[in-house]
Design a protein. Structure first.
Length: 151
């Protein structure tokens, strides 16, 4: 798996071909947030299955003409599984002050992303509304627990 956007440190895109000829595209972009009077970096993730990179990029960038591209991929479970593996691998790249949020556009995707809870993701709410599933690098959590045991 390789990053397809090498020139920007705050953006990452991965793409994998599916058996039906379409591709799953997973985008990650980083934003600075202030949480409890400290600066953290939040990586947002979004996935789409489509037949061309151009359509995927228009969907990610929300189309310059204001017309929202509709996700019409037919990748099924294969596409979701590949996207899951990309997201889980990316999670291991996070630094201690970084979090990963998987965002969704609609109820269908929200229900599909609920499966992330099985992999240690938690619900994140804003104004009482579920907005994303999020996590941090699990390796740093293990180190913190080991340090506490040693003390």
């Amino acid at each position: 798996m390789r990053d397809l956007v090498k020139t920007r440190k705050s953006q990452v895109r991965y793409s994998e071909k599916l058996h039906n000829g379409q591709s799953v595209h997973v985008y990650f972009w980083r934003e600075k947030e202030f949480v409890s009077d400290r600066v953290v970096y939040v990586w947002n993730a979004a996935a789409i299955i489509t037949d061309s990179r151009r359509k995927a990029n228009k969907w990610k960038n929300r189309s310059p003409k204001g017309v929202k591209e509709k996700a019409t991929g037919k990748g099924g479970l294969e596409g979701l599984r590949k996207a899951l593996h990309i997201i889980l691998d990316f999670r291991l790249r996070l630094k201690p002050n970084e979090y990963l949020f998987v965002v969704f556009d609609d109820e269908k995707r929200k229900n599909a992303y609920r499966w992330l809870e099985r992999y240690g993701f938690m619900e994140f709410h804003k104004n009482g509304k579920l907005v994303a599933y999020g996590t941090f690098n699990p390796l740093y959590s293990q180190w913190a627990q080991e340090e506490q045991r040693e003390q």
